[in-house]
Write a protein that binds this ligand. Structure first.
Ligand code: MG
Length: 458
């Protein structure tokens, strides 16, 4: 009898706890009184959909560094107080990967631990100003990774893919462009034809790497032993001559049923870039990318008065404010930026919405130095916004090694990049596999010089 009474009291306590009525019951005195509460004073039971918003806090943050397909990739992993619930975000800055790892493990972790995972905007704004000096690469990469990981967690908590939380689909899938690079114009055209046969309708053509650096002969500065052994050389005039010839060759060989684009990579003198772009008008490029370095934004006025070739810009921008004036002044047609640098999904959505007001469309940066988590973040935004333009998938496809390290990795078919419908960003990481591919130093390889050894700004 005593056991039965104890069981009843225990059941009663649990029920009251569940209903959140412990204090009311204490005042009422008996269980029976609780059921007598009038409808107006009876607390409503919490509906299932609201239960998902119970506070969950951050337990730890760490960087995972891996290079399964060559380029250094950095992923932020945020673990929570909810068992098994974690989020992943891409923080890749391939040339300074070790610095980003330090920013994540040394600073982001301290900042995040104990905080509520739900308040993404507040977390973004707080971390942004937490170091006083701000708005540069490395810390921005850490911040972008945090932001994506929090969206991943939010999606998992809501049991929805992130694009649903951003408003749902504005298109059934995501048209993408890939790269047809080769040393010769013939090689580029062959690659374009192969990619067209695989279903691609948008292809970037690039001969001899950026600025045709592979085409250059031994430069004078190398003979003089100036600079480092692995510094690149670009002969700007041969590049300027080669690009219209490349477009002419590819258009004649591959026809008009393909959209062609090209990346200048900011490596020309501004007026030379303008003159070269003008010569490409007859070949109907889809867009020319990065005509000027960010230091030369003032040249856009001249460019727009001179040619109507569509322009993509913004890959090296660090902050959404850098887009404001160019959009108002209609200086370019496509937004190019690295979501894992500009501030994550939260900032990408703001830039995209700003672009909608001016009919400027998106082409998020998506080369092979973006992790599959970052590619997925690009794609979730791509699906949800109206002013989507195109998506770069630089590697052309995701390698088997990438798929092993990143289960749920996006896939490409018939010129579209596709993501799964799992809750969150839909991409996981196998940390054991990731550890098999350590990152490299990333030093060098990005310095390109003129014939006399002057450094060229990308
Ligand atoms: Mg570029």
């Amino acid at each position: 009898m005593k056991e039965e009474k104890n069981q009843f009291n225990s059941d009663r306590r649990n029920l009251l706890k569940t209903l959140g009525l412990a204090s009311a019951a204490g005042m009422a005195g008996t269980f029976g009184n609780v059921s007598d509460l009038s409808a107006s004073t009876r607390p409503a039971s919490q509906p299932d959909y609201a239960k998902a918003v119970a506070p969950v806090r951050i337990r730890s943050v760490k960087a995972i560094a891996t290079a399964p397909s060559g380029p250094n990739l950095i992923v932020v992993k945020i673990e929570t107080t909810e068992p098994g619930l974690y989020g992943l975000g891409c923080a890749t800055f391939t040339q300074r990967a070790a610095a980003v790892v330090t920013a994540i493990n040394g600073y982001l972790n301290d900042f995040c631990v104990g905080k509520d995972v739900d308040n993404i905007e507040d977390m973004w704004q707080s971390f942004y100003v937490s170091s006083y000096w701000r708005n540069g690469p490395v810390l921005n990469n850490a911040l972008s990774g945090m932001d994506q990981a929090l969206w991943d967690i939010k999606g998992k908590r809501a049991n929805m893919p992130v694009y649903q939380l951003l408003g749902g689909k504005a298109r059934f899938s995501i048209p993408c462009y890939v790269h047809a690079d080769a040393k010769t114009a013939e090689g580029v055209a062959d690659n374009v034809q192969r990619l067209m046969s695989e279903g691609y309708k948008h292809i970037r053509i690039q001969q001899g790497l950026y600025g045709a650096t592979q085409l250059a002969q031994q430069p004078d500065f190398k003979d003089a032993k100036y600079g480092a052994a692995n510094d690149g050389f670009m002969d700007q005039q041969s590049y300027i001559d080669s690009v219209p010839k490349l477009f002419d060759f590819v258009r004649k060989k591959c026809g008009d049923d393909v959209e062609l684009c090209h990346d200048i990579h900011e490596r020309l003198e501004p007026m030379d870039a303008i003159n070269m772009i003008k010569k490409l008008e007859d070949y109907r490029p889809l867009f020319l990318e990065d005509p000027f370095s960010p230091e030369n934004m003032g040249w856009f006025k001249q460019l727009r008065q001179t040619t109507t070739v569509p322009i993509a810009m913004g890959e090296l921008f660090n902050n959404i404010n850098e887009f404001r004036e160019p959009m108002v002044k209609k200086w370019f047609d496509y937004i190019r930026c690295h979501i894992s640098q500009i501030g994550g999904i939260t900032q990408a959505m703001k830039i995209a919405r700003l672009g909608e007001w001016f009919n400027v469309r998106t082409i998020w940066h998506g080369p092979s130095d973006t992790s599959p988590v970052g590619h997925a973040a690009n794609c979730h935004v791509d699906l949800a916004i109206w002013n989507f333009g195109l998506q770069e998938v630089g590697g052309g496809n995701f390698t088997d090694k990438l798929k092993e390290v990143f289960p749920g990795c996006p896939s490409i078919g018939k010129g579209y990049v596709n993501i799964n419908d799992q809750p969150g960003l839909g991409v996981d990481i196998n940390e054991k596999e990731a550890a098999k591919y350590p990152i490299k130093s990333g030093r060098g390889g990005w310095i390109v010089r003129k014939r006399d050894g002057t450094v060229i700004r990308p």
